[in-house]
Design a protein. Structure first.
Length: 185
């Protein structure tokens, strides 16, 4: 895969940190993380992720170029969109599923750009955000992954996805870091 989009909400942080820690330093895959979080100028998410990986880590700014071998983080209070395989854009339209950034918005946008070279992973969370995005990834030929709800801190989000989307792989939390590393090119 050329890109992996990872969406999470309540209960997903520790697993995200484990996943980025397992990514091979040689990967060319672009990783994009969309998490529901408060708009807090003191956010430590970028620093936490940087402490776990040797890959470049960057919180996205409008019109940032999309580069391989980089982990991008959606900034709080903006929807993260893909204008092409070359750049991001940020959007402040209405919240979707009570969230901005919305996992659905980012997953759907990525699916139209990356098509069958995209993998989407939905993690722990307390609302239905992500399901529509996974459906879009699947319909564009991408790989759909969902955390096994029985291993999620908050199982509603992965459970909703399993009930409503075509899912290629359901992976337990302990197995996700190695699984994601294995699909990176």
């Amino acid at each position: 895969v050329d890109a992996i989009v990872i969406g999470g909400s309540a209960g997903s942080l520790e697993l995200i940190l484990s996943i980025v820690g397992a990514l091979p330093a040689s990967t060319r895959t672009t990783i994009i993380i969309i998490v529901h979080r408060k708009n807090d100028s003191e956010s430590l998410l970028e620093d936490l992720i940087k402490s776990r990986t040797s890959l470049r880590v960057r919180e996205v700014e409008d019109k940032d170029p999309l580069r391989p071998s980089t982990i991008y983080i959606a900034p709080p209070d903006y929807h993260l969109l893909f204008e092409s395989r070359k750049e991001f854009s940020l959007d402040m339209t209405a919240k979707v599923q009570y969230s901005r950034p919305s996992i659905d918005v980012s997953f759907e946008s990525a699916a139209t750009i990356f098509k069958d070279s995209l993998a989407g992973l939905l993690l722990s969370g307390a609302n239905a955000d992500g399901t529509a995005g996974l459906i879009s990834i699947s319909s564009n030929g991408g790989i759909v992954l969902v955390q096994d709800p029985s291993t999620a801190e908050v199982d509603y989000m992965p459970q909703h996805a399993l009930a409503n989307a075509k899912v290629d792989f359901v992976v337990a939390a302990n197995d996700l870091p190695a699984f994601i590393a294995s699909i990176c090119n």
